[in-house]
Ligand binder design. Structure first.
Ligand code: G
Ligand code: G
Ligand code: MN
Ligand code: NA
Length: 254
């Protein structure tokens, strides 16, 4: 429970940070977006991973403030990118199911953009497939509203939940992300290769782009390129980094 108070404090101080990991378009080889990832530097416990404190924040309800903080910080990051001439790099924010399900979810996105003076095209939202199952009608409405604002949306961790590709039908999203668990052994495991190829093919037929995450080797990247995956993310291309470091590397011509 100490962690709960600490999290509150972390949001008020500089202990909480977003790091940003580039996502590269396979056709143009340009960075099209950067995924924001939470990092918490705890004074006594050291670096705490989101997998340790997001579930806690969801339990205590702090996820609401945390997401609002992340949205506002991502908007600042977008301004920093724009200032450096990186006008079409979108900042991706991970959205917890609890936050997505709130009645005023779309309004909170609109407000964050308005307060920062940014167009919807500045942001991209990642949501896990699990949350979409709960109430499809409502999800469709919200996703359509986001699209109207100009945001892109992606389905994160695709293939790990219970939804089928058929479920994607009529869902107004732009991309799906092949989960890292399929990418890891994509070159050596025939099943993982087949699943990934199936996801890419079906997604393309539904008019969606495919992002592969967790790419660590040239062989994985080559396989995914050969199979027409659209966008790439992973340590091979770039690790998550603070905004200053990201801008330095992007300005250097990456
Ligand atoms: O960076 P890392 O691999 O430790 O992230 C672990 C998990 O935490 C990932 O599933 C990621 O989606 C999630 N995560 C990272 N940043 C955020 C965030 O700002 N909001 C939410 N809801 N989840 C996040
Ligand atoms: O669940 P989500 O996709 O949002 O989480 C992304 C997580 O994956 C982040 O915590 C990020 O740090 C991590 N990540 C990004 N690229 C790689 C990679 O190439 N290898 C591994 N092991 N993790 C990665
Ligand atoms: Mn993600
Ligand atoms: Na994922």
């Amino acid at each position: 429970l100490a962690l709960r108070n600490d999290l509150q404090q972390a949001m008020d101080t500089e202990a909480l940070e977003l790091h940003y990991q580039p996502i590269v378009d396979g056709h143009t080889c340009r960075v099209v977006s950067v995924e924001s990832l939470l990092r918490w530097r705890h004074p006594e416990r050291g670096l705490i991973q989101p997998s340790q404190f997001i579930p806690l924040a969801e339990e205590t309800g702090q996820i609401i403030r945390l997401t609002e903080w992340a949205l506002a910080t991502a908007c600042q990051a977008s301004h920093a990118l724009r200032k450096h001439g990186l006008l079409d790099v979108r900042v991706v924010v991970n959205i917890s199911p609890l936050y997505f399900q709130r009645a005023d979810f779309v309004q909170s996105i609109r407000r964050a953009l308005q307060e920062a003076g940014l167009p919807g095209t500045a942001l991209e939202i990642e949501i896990t497939e699990s949350l979409l199952l709960a109430n499809k009608e409502e999800a469709v409405t919200k996703l359509a509203e986001l699209r109207e604002l100009g945001l892109y949306t992606s389905i994160d961790d695709f293939g790990t939940g219970y939804s089928s590709l058929n479920y994607l039908k009529n869902l107004p999203v732009d991309k799906i992300k092949i989960d890292r668990s399929f990418v890891t052994d994509i070159v050596t495991d025939a099943a993982d290769a087949a699943i990934s190829q199936g996801i890419i093919s079906m997604a393309h037929h539904l008019g969606l782009k495919v992002v592969a995450e967790g790419i660590e080797t040239e062989a994985q990247l080559a396989f995914l390129k050969r199979n027409h995956c659209d966008e790439f993310q992973g340590y091979l291309l770039a690790r998550p980094a603070p905004m200053e470091a990201l801008i330095a590397s992007l300005s250097a011509g990456n």
